[in-house]
Design a protein around this ligand. Sequence first.
Ligand code: AMP
Length: 403
Amino acid sequence: MAILVINCGSSSVKFAVFEQGSAEALVTGIVDQIGSANVGGSYKLNDGTKQKITCQVGADHTAVLAAILDALKADEALQNVAITAVGHRVVHGGEKFAEPVLIDADVLAGIRELSSLAPLHNPANADGIEAASTLFPGVPQVAVFDTAFHQTIPPHVFRYAVPDALYHEHNVRRYGFHGTSHDYVSAETIRKYDLDPVRAKVLVAHLGNGCSATAVVGGRSCDTTMGITPLEGLMMGTRSGNVDPNLHSYLAENTGMSLDEITEMLNKKSGFAGLSGISNDLRELAVAYEEGHGGARLAVEVFCFRLARELAGLTVSLDGVPDAIAFTGGIGENSKLVREKTVRYLKFLGCELDVARNEVNGGDSNGVISVEGSKGPLIAVVATNEELAIAEATAEVAQPEGN
Ligand code: AMP
């Protein structure tokens, strides 16, 4: 009984296999550069062994998934693994999908229909579903949506102040993303620190290549920083986050850039990469920051200030001081610099950081990085695990309890 988790991007397929009921993946892997001559990848077993996956040039998602399966089937260490369900990460569920669902023809058509809201992601997700359905006939396929967790956000929070018809005719509203991670991390925070599951007010800062923060009350998302696309909100590795909505027209008039070029610049050349002029990767920037590099210092300062400002803003949706603030994702789990600078701005909420605990990512204190006995919010590093969350949701939907 094993669950295969698939995350199909436009040019990559990430995957993981979990034995049902186990939190540790048996295998994790990726094939990328689909569509190029370099298509190929590798996977890692839970004993650390790494193996290559070879794909034919020109391989599409179906061929790539078949190559992944062939590689796994041929691996002696995986001979006893039988895939009993497949879970798919799907980026946009719109308003149609508020929870994980068993995939049938209608669901697949629904995912394709939502492609206008996520043109880079939903078509690839749907291709992955079709490919997996062909390769695993009769095996239940489940879609787990990045947007679903945020469907509890109320209208006065999710609506933009633009003409009403744009919402009804063109689905213009805030949706939010990273929902699987925000759901998992807020639930973990409540569980690990024994908070009241019904009333706990938790802020989750998911800080990875993409970054978003969410206000969660009693396990329900009530506000988040991303919008109709994952560009809104926090500054990110290569994304600007919030800018003046008139920036497109200003740049078009003053630089001659096209709409596509400006959109590309805001998504791919901004954030840490754009401000620092060095890198989108905080590991590199943290070193440059210590060396006094002006661009790196500015990028880190802007990132932390904006993050703190958004977290403070989200407390309005919590209707009070948070019980806990959880840092997660590659940056949230590893960067003492970002956590320290951000929490410093939030002293007015009673936040008190324990510098020694923060230094080791809370590793000696069960993730907690706030001062022992602090009357302010508990501040913690809580590792996310989107693949595990998808595997658990898939197991639940594919095989409801009692069946
Ligand atoms: P994710 O998308 O969650 O895998 O996060 C990726 C990002 O996390 C990378 O681009 C880095 O900027 C950041 N990151 C990973 N490890 C570290 C680290 N040790 N220190 C600072 N940032 C890190």
